[in-house]
Design a protein around this ligand. Structure first.
Ligand code: TYD
Length: 237
């Protein structure tokens, strides 16, 4: 598959068209930023790790019957995905309190919930991705109520599969962010990435943080988590 035009140049990845109009190429970068873009630096090898981990998790999900946009890994840092219409809602599922949730509600991190929670954020850079509820999303005609219910159910199924999978390598899936897209025939599929950049992952035994929080919180061994996740999920493959 030939890479053609640059479609989108984000902080962590670039998206290109290819010679197949239904296929896009995603190229991961080594750049790390906090979610506000205030802090930025290069973590060598991060792009390859996020690419490989995300492709691996998408494959795990596909094997469990979840439709995703993932097609194939085309190099260490690149993959091919189905071109879909991205729904402009970021979906966050949480199993344990942390980050913005702990801050917003004034609770400590690490509270294990009886049931997972879900939040939607409107993807809009100018507005800073505000929190949005499903009534607002329907009022704004972003998607129908039925489609949003379908997204919720799919997000919770994905959470159950990934939670159990991470558990098997002694990792807590604390919370994670998803984006969904629609194929030409209107099928809802998981899109974007699932990686240490978009998940909070804590070692079950030591509580060591294995995700992007090391970078955001200026912790020691900033890149240790990325390498450890790759090792646990893919061995030395
Ligand atoms: P959240 O706790 O809502 O925000 P923050 O990490 O800023 O405290 O984040 C929940 C999960 O979503 C976490 O695993 C990181 C991920 N996430 C992203 O991947 N991109 C984003 O822009 C945000 C805000 C969160």
């Amino acid at each position: 598959m030939e890479k053609r035009d640059l479609l989108y140049d984000g902080t962590a990845k670039r998206i290109y068209t290819t010679d197949d109009e239904h296929v896009l190429l995603v190229s991961y970068k080594d750049i790390a930023t906090d979610f506000f873009g205030l802090k930025m630096s290069t973590i060598p090898g991060k792009g390859a790790i996020c690419n490989r981990v995300s492709n691996h998790l998408m494959t795990v999900l596909e094997n469990a019957g979840i439709a995703t946009h993932f097609l194939s890994e085309s190099s260490e840092t690149d993959c091919l995905v189905r071109r879909v219409k991205i729904i402009p809602l970021a979906v966050i599922v949480r199993n344990i309190s942390a980050g913005a949730f702990a801050k917003r509600y004034g609770v400590e991190e690490g509270i294990v919930f009886d049931e997972p929670t879900i939040e939607f954020y409107l993807k809009n850079d100018m507005l800073g991705d505000p929190l949005i509820n499903t009534y607002h999303a329907v009022a704004l005609k972003i998607e129908s109520r039925e489609r949003i219910e379908e997204m919720k159910a799919l997000a919770f199924r994905i959470n159950e599969i990934l939670k159990a999978y991470f558990q098997s390598v002694r990792i807590h899936l604390v919370d994670f962010r998803m984006e969904f897209g629609l194929t030409e025939d209107g099928t809802l599929v998981l899109a974007d990435e699932i990686s240490p950049d978009t998940c909070r992952l804590w070692d079950i035994d030591t509580h060591f943080r294995l995700d992007k929080d090391r970078f955001r919180l200026d912790m020691e061994q900033m890149d240790a988590g990325y390498h450890e996740i790759l090792r646990r999920l893919l061995g030395n493959a």
